[in-house]
Design a protein around this ligand. Structure first.
Ligand code: PLP
Length: 380
């Protein structure tokens, strides 16, 4: 197995989650809509899994709508929010450093005549509440602001901005992409004051292909369904429920809850060790973002193309990222927005950790990066 520092891209499936999926795939495989015992058993289990996810999110089961991934939740939330409010105005606020799932939806909505403000981060990757407040106007109808940035690990001031938006106009629909925040930073949708919140299973030890959108009870009348079909997910997101993935997602949520904050502190401690060790050991390495969230940070080897460094590490059995996995091959719009010097921008690497990441793995990364840096220096 390679040494893995890309837990923000995806995580291995937790044994509890794999076991839960296996039991559904081979035993409790019924369709929850079927009117016989096997179906009823699946429906009862589904109810329990929904309650588990709701409990991890800190909301009621009736506010959890299963989706196929975080991207689906982001698309659904922002499109539905904009359309629900169309008659009240046409202005949307988001940030320039959202995931493509939000940015591309915003661009699509611009094509439909909505006006979108893309708030820029400061050099540390943070969004200013004052700038957000200044962007609000009488026409603002929807906001999408992520909770944790997937490339810098910066935590955005979602609660303060939601409060400011609601103070301006309580009907503004506020969405947050909490894909990197879920089970990594403490929050509840109510505590944040948001109406819509998307999460994804494969970032927390569930398989790929499952996510959820929280839709606050009070706005469910406004938010239109995503698909047309049967009665699943209250008719809003029809399609036979992927019960094995949902079971695994629920198991991953339970496991994360049982591990508690101590696991997150382990991830943070190994990240902090990495930042110190890499800065001391790798010639020229700079920290681009230490990350507020426990599991993500970004560093740079200025002047070294990150793709080249990534490939060289890959050759040594070490996985890191040079930006969101969804932007393969293109320069990261997030790091570009930080106003880094061209040399630093060129060499940015994102490192992301799990509570199981070890100092020995970090030492191996530090040695490999130091060697890559020295080889290049001697070739100049
Ligand atoms: N939002 C953020 C912040 C992400 O990091 C990701 C995935 O990297 C997504 C959305 C998309 O989630 P999914 O891969 O489940 O579609």
């Amino acid at each position: 197995m390679p040494i893995y520092f890309d837990y923000a891209a995806t995580t291995p499936v937790r044994p509890e989650a794999a076991q839960a999926a296996y039991e559904v795939l081979t035993g409790n495989f019924g369709n929850p809509s079927s009117g016989y015992e096997l179906g009823r058993r699946a429906a009862a289990a589904l109810k329990g899994w929904r309650a588990d996810v709701a409990s991890a999110l800190g909301c009621t089961p009736g506010e959890v709508f299963f989706t196929s991934c975080g991207t689906e939740g982001d698309n659904w939330a922002l499109r539905a929010a904009a359309r629900a409010m169309r008659r009240r105005g046409n202005h949307i606020i988001t940030t320039a450093v959202e995931h493509a799932a939000v940015l591309e939806t915003a661009r699509f909505l611009e094509g439909e005549g909505f006006r979108v403000t893309y708030l820029k981060p400061d050099r540390t990757g943070h969004i200013s509440v004052e700038e957000f407040r200044a962007a609000l106007c009488g026409d603002t109808i929807a906001v999408s602001m992520m909770l944790v940035n997937n490339e810098t690990g910066a935590v955005f001031p979602v609660a303060q901005c939601a409060k400011a938006a609601k103070a301006r106009n309580r009907d503004i629909l506020f969405h947050t992409d909490a894909v990197q925040g879920f089970c990594h930073v403490p929050f509840t949708p109510k505590g944040l004051g948001v109406d819509l919140l998307s999460v994804s299973g494969h970032k927390i030890g569930a398989p790929k292909g499952i996510g959820a959108l929280y839709i606050k009870k009070e706005v469910q009348g406004k938010v239109k369904q995503l698909l047309f079909g049967g009665a699943q997910e209250d008719g809003r997101r029809p399609g036979t429920e992927p019960t094995a993935q949902i079971a695994a997602f629920a198991a991953a949520c339970r496991a994360a809850g049982e591990q508690g904050p101590a696991a997150l502190e382990r991830a943070r401690a190994v990240k902090e060790y990495a930042l110190t060790r890499l800065t001391e050991h790798v010639p020229g390495l700079v920290v681009v973002s230490a990350g507020d969230a426990p599991h993500i940070c970004a560093v740079s080897l200025p002047g070294y193309p990150s793709q080249m460094v990534m490939n060289a590490l890959d050759g040594r059995g070490i996985c890191v990222s040079n930006g969101s996995a969804c932007h393969k091959g293109k320069p990261s719009h997030v790091f570009a927005a930080l106003g880094l010097s061209p040399n630093v921008l060129m060499g940015v690497l994102r490192l992301s950790f799990s509570p199981e990441s070890t100092r020995e793995e970090v030492d191996a990364l530090a040695d490999a990066l130091a060697q890559i840096a020295r080889e290049r220096l001697s070739a100049r």
